[in-house]
Design a protein around this ligand. Structure first.
Ligand SMILES: [Cu+2]
Length: 266
C-alpha cells in the first residue's frame, strides 16, 4: 500500500506535468522572435572560446563591421546598417550594448560551462541571428559570490517619474529620473533567474505593447534612478509619451508597476 506521502507526491507530479504542458502551450502561442538582417559582421575577441573564468565578471570584446552601433536610436523605427547588439548568457538576454567592450556579472551563475551569445539587433531590437556569434567558457570562481537573497517589503513595488514634469518641452535629450519603492534595482541580475524583490526598469517610447513583451519601443534599461533619453531617433516635433516600467530579471514586466510622462519634443 502506498504511503500518504507517496500519493501526495503522485498528485504533485501530476500537477507539475499539467503546468509543464501549459507552459509549452504558452510558449507555442508566444509571438515569434523578431528577426532582422543587419548586414553586420561580428567577431568575438573575448572571451576566447574555452577560457576558464575565475573572476566574478566576464570581460567581453567584439569587433563589428558593416554596421554602426548607436544606442541613442534604440526603441525607434529601425534604420538600415545601424543598431546595437544584444548579449545573452545561456540564451537569456543580459542587455544591449553599443561599445566593443562590456562586463557581464556572474552573480547567481552556477560554476560550470556557460555560453555567451552576441547578437546584432536593429533599433526595434529585432535580432539578426545569422550574424550572431556564440562562445563557451568555464566559470570556476576563486571566490564564489553569495546568491542574491529574496527580499520582502511591507508594500507593493512602485515606480514614479520625478522628472521631467508633464507638458514640459524637451530638446535633443533629457534625463528621465524615477523613484522606486519596495523594490531593489540590480544590474548584476539582468537576465538571471528571478529573485523576489529584485529587478530593474525599462524606458519605452509611446507604447508598451510593440514587439516581444513591448521590447520594440524600448529605448533602454536601467538599474539606476536616472536614464539619459536621447531624442535622436524621433522624427518630427510633437507630444511623446515616455514609460518607466518595472521589470523582473528576465526583462518581463511581471512586477505590475509602471509610470509615464508626456512631454513636448521640440
Ligand atoms: Cu530589461
Amino acid at each position: 500500500m502506498r504511503s500518504k506521502l507517496a500519493r501526495l507526491t503522485l498528485v504533485g507530479s501530476a500537477v507539475a506535468a499539467a503546468l509543464a504542458i501549459s507552459a509549452i502551450a504558452f510558449a507555442d502561442n508566444a509571438p515569434p522572435m523578431m528577426m532582422a538582417h543587419t548586414g553586420a559582421k561580428l567577431t568575438v575577441l573575448g572571451p576566447v572560446a574555452g577560457t576558464t573564468v575565475t573572476a566574478n565578471r566576464v570581460a567581453t570584446n567584439v569587433a563589428i563591421k558593416s554596421f554602426g552601433l548607436n544606442c541613442a536610436l534604440a526603441g525607434t523605427a529601425p534604420k538600415a546598417h545601424v543598431g546595437h547588439y544584444h548579449v545573452e548568457l545561456d540564451h537569456s538576454l543580459i542587455n544591449m550594448f553599443c561599445g566593443p567592450k562590456a562586463t557581464i556579472s556572474m552573480l547567481d551563475v552556477a560554476a560550470g560551462k556557460h555560453t555567451l551569445a552576441f547578437i546584432p539587433a536593429a533599433d526595434d531590437h529585432a535580432e539578426d541571428m545569422h550574424a550572431a556569434k556564440t562562445v563557451s567558457f568555464l566559470y570556476k570562481p576563486s571566490k564564489p559570490l553569495p546568491a542574491a537573497k529574496p527580499l520582502q517589503f511591507a508594500g507593493k513595488p512602485s515606480i514614479s517619474i520625478v522628472s521631467p514634469k508633464p507638458g514640459v518641452t524637451v530638446h535633443r535629450s533629457f534625463d528621465l529620473v524615477i523613484d522606486v519603492k519596495n523594490f531593489r534595482l540590480s544590474c548584476d541580475l539582468y537576465g538571471k533567474a528571478n529573485v523576489a524583490g529584485y529587478g530593474h526598469w525599462h524606458i519605452n517610447l509611446d507604447t508598451t505593447s510593440k514587439g516581444m513583451m513591448g521590447m520594440g519601443t524600448m529605448m533602454g534599461m536601467s538599474c539606476q534612478r536616472s536614464f539619459h533619453v536621447s531624442l535622436a531617433g524621433i522624427k518630427g516635433a510633437g507630444t511623446h509619451k515616455f514609460f518607466a516600467i518595472l521589470e523582473d530579471n528576465t526583462h518581463a514586466p511581471t512586477i505590475g508597476a509602471q509610470a509615464s510622462v508626456s512631454v513636448n519634443v521640440k
